[in-house]
Design a protein around this ligand. Structure first.
Ligand SMILES: Cc1ncc(COP(=O)(O)O)c(C=O)c1O
Length: 404
């Protein structure tokens, strides 16, 4: 198995020793992805629909990217995958489709732990008389708890929208239990896997959610979003693409104007990185599982070191889990009693380490936790290429910030 340092060598942007610790905002990309996109522009940059070689190659690339993402999420025969400009774009498309079939008085439960990407699209349906019910986060577990969901469900609940992992807290919720509770009440579950996907293998069949999405640019790829939906869940809905396109033309009907072709080339090339991490050429979903087992192993050391420091530091409060583990991914938000988060991030940035502060579009969550979203939190989010040495550099700067 490779070390973090060996993995780093795959990422050209990290070669100068840049400590990139803002991965939940968007990860870096390996050379195989960069090269695949460049190669696409050089050899396949044509519109689909023709029978000349570049046009055929373009279509094949797009189809192969969809097939790869479906396998990456372990979709199997359970359903299909659509791609788009971002996760937020895809959720808007889905919510608009629900807007066509729901009725005034129907209810949608939206977790307070959501990034706005899985909240605003649903809240916009209030204009049709649809009632949006807020699902508070559990103050003790900091997860979305099926029991509190049960208490909110009514015969009018149609959709439950929640994050698998909050992008501020890093705690993994039990997606399967939530999907089961929603389904038993006749509601569809829509799970945001954006903060989960860079750290663990997605398994949509095991999670059981009706819809599950993630952003490819946070998983070492280009700026796009991907959404899986179970076959039965897509069936009553229709996408927004051109009127002449039949509603059963999947995924075309759901991808208005088409997808980023060069982006598809980059998404597809992630299979080479998965294969690299696994230590064998990419084959199938087993490769994904093995690669992400390795990812979790690589992240554990730096994650543990960071938490060990922050939890022992006077004046610092860590928002989420205080230890790495199967239900805690490698992202840590914290505040200091005296030093504003803005100042923490600014000083750390000046010293050449990439972190950010703020609300990270999870405004309601911070409000629920009694934190002013304006200053928000400082967030350190790791990927498999981060090292304990980088965390050491970060700690040295934080020591100065907290002392000053
Ligand atoms: C947890 C979470 N959900 C959704 C999104 C939105 O993703 P996108 O930028 O692809 O719309 C983000 C982006 O930061 C996120 O962190």
């Amino acid at each position: 198995m490779y070390s973090s340092k060996e993995v780093r060598a795959c990422f050209p942007s990290l070669k100068d020793g840049f400590a990139f610790l803002d991965n939940a905002g968007g990860s870096q990309v390996p050379a195989v992805v960069i090269d695949a996109i460049a190669d696409y522009f050089r050899t396949k940059y044509a519109q689909t629909g023709g029978t000349y070689p570049a046009s055929v190659a373009a279509r094949e690339t797009i189809e192969a990217a969809h097939a790869f993402v479906a396998q990456f999420m372990n979709a199997g025969q359970a359903g299909g995958v659509i791609l788009g400009a971002s996760s937020t774009t895809l959720v808007h498309g889905l919510a608009n489709a629900f807007g066509e079939i729901l009725h005034a008085g129907d209810e949608i439960i939206v977790s307070d732990a959501n990034h706005e990407g899985n909240a605003t699209p649903w809240r916009r349906l209030e204009r049709f008389g649809i009632k949006v019910v807020a699902w508070p986060i559990d103050a003790v577990t900091l997860a979305c708890e099926p029991d509190s969901l049960r208490a909110l469900l009514t015969p009018r609940t149609r959709v439950v929208a929640f994050p698998h992992v909050s992008n501020l807290l890093g705690r993994v919720s039990d997606a399967r239990a939530i999907a089961d509770v929603a389904r038993a009440a006749g509601a569809v579950s829509v799970c945001d896997g954006v903060a989960y996907a860079p750290h663990r293998a997605i398994d949509v069949q095991a999670f059981g959610c009706d819809f599950y999405f993630y952003s490819t640019y946070k998983v070492f790829g280009p700026h796009m979003g991907a959404m899986f939906g179970r076959r039965e869940a897509w069936a009553p809905l229709t996408g927004a693409n051109h009127g002449f396109i039949p509603r059963d033309a999947f995924p075309t009907k759901w991808e208005p104007g088409g997808v980023s072709h060069e982006g598809c080339a980059g998404v597809l090339a992630l299979q080479w990185h998965v294969g690299f991490l696994e230590g064998e050429p990419y084959q199938n979903y087993v490769s994904v599982q093995r690669a992400f087992d390795h990812v979790a192993d690589l992240e554990r050391g730096p994650h543990a070191r960071l938490l060990e420091y922050l939890t022992a530091k006077n004046g610092v409060s860590v928002l989420g889990p205080t230890q790495p583990g199967p239900d805690a991914v490698a992202l840590v938000s914290f505040r200091h009693a005296r030093v504003p988060s803005a100042r923490i991030a600014a000083v750390v940035n000046r010293r050449g380490l990439g972190i950010k502060h703020g609300h990270f579009y999870s405004v309601r969550l911070l409000q629920a936790l009694g934190i002013d979203p304006e200053d928000g939190v400082a967030r350190v989010s790791l990927a498999h290429y981060n090292t304990v040495e980088e965390i050491g550099r970060l700690i040295a700067v934080l020591e100065e910030v907290f002392a000053g």
